[in-house]
Design a protein around this ligand. Sequence first.
Ligand code: FES
Length: 111
Amino acid sequence: MQRFVRAVRSSALAPGSALRVVLDGHEVALFRTADGGTYAIEDRCPHQYAPLSEGQLTGTVVRCRLHGWSLDVRTGRPPVGQWPCVRAYPVRIEQDWVLVGLGPAPDAGGG
Ligand code: FES
């Protein structure tokens, strides 16, 4: 079951930007795409663990600043292929707050 927690004010997340937040021990990268979509993924590159919130966002793809691995912020998966990937968290916007769902990871079977 998802438990949604407040992350940041929605108005603090500009189009094309990212923010790092730590929510109940989860390191989360929040992204707002140029078209206004809001997404949350684990803030830890699967290659050598650089923060993805410091990467370059183009469309819905973030490119890690260290060695250039790319992940789709909507899914946490690479634009091509399946692996490696990071956890993608569900997001809601309510009353100018970005809320992030911190339920069990989909792979944990409680999704
Ligand atoms: S740490 Fe991200 S590509 Fe190497």
